[in-house]
Ligand binder design. Sequence first.
Ligand code: NAP
Length: 282
Amino acid sequence: MTEYVPISHRDNENGTKLFEILMPRFGLGVWQMDKNECKSSILHALENGYRLIDTATAYGNENAVGEAIKISKIPRDEIFVVTKLRRVHATGFDETISQCRESLQRLNLDYVDLYLVHAPPEDISVRGDVWGAMEECLRLGLTRSIGVSNYGINHLESMREYATILPSVNQIEVHPWLQRAELRKANEGIGAVTMGYSPLARGHKVNDPSLVSIAQSIGCTPAQAAIKWVYDTGCITIPKSSNPNRIIENKESLNIDISDFTDSFSSLEESYISGWNPTIEP
Ligand SMILES: NC(=O)c1ccc[n+]([C@@H]2O[C@H](COP(=O)([O-])OP(=O)(O)OC[C@H]3O[C@@H](n4cnc5c(N)ncnc54)[C@H](OP(=O)(O)O)[C@@H]3O)[C@@H](O)[C@H]2O)c1
């Protein structure tokens, strides 16, 4: 059974909850999948109970995501689609709206469920305009919810100065080697649910001997232990796999009880960034 979490949009002026929608807490990330791989992985994942797909314009596979959704014959409103405004396109109000429309064209969808700013726009002076356009995308019904990705505490604090509606989600790298308690708390403070990406640190940490030993004690695979840890912190969790067996293995991690191993997981923290880290940029 897919578990859902409410993601809400708050009024920046008084903190009132404007509305919320339900989002699956677990899904498939499709970064670094070519088109065929992306289509077959999504179809396999949907057949095995996944209902959340995380893509981005930058991944170059929005078309394949749309095709897989059509082929699956699963009603559109049962699948939660996330895509992201590419950083190089996050240059202003009009560009943001036209990029959202272009994503919808590639996806062949009338709306996405969550539209994210992929990373804080490089030009600090346009961040307010870009977010204003995200709010407009919401009003126009191009997306059911809006959020950010790779925003650090300072970026979230600045949003208080320019946002009308606060983000419902901040998607950031989270895994046992980069636990990010402070940033997760800051997300909560602004009313955003944390979506944790790269739960396996892009695969770099699947063979970590300390993780392997924890997994042996739990009685699961190392990947399952790491994924379940991210999930149990309250993050929406989106492991990527193009391997049919692993797509199932990763979802089965949700049935594993890791509650006796809290200290072991705490000791894995090593501030390990697996790729980029825009959260520390100005
Ligand atoms: N917002 C952002 O800036 C951002 C950045 C990075 C990622 N993301 C999102 O987060 C998703 C997940 O992160 P990620 O793709 O970076 O990495 P990840 O999910 O941490 O790891 C994926 C890697 O682990 C391997 N793997 C998956 N399941 C496994 C298992 N059960 N056992 C052993 N190896 C396994 C995969 O290989 P196989 O495919 O061969 O199984 C792949 O090489 C992305 O796809 C994307 O949607 C967002």
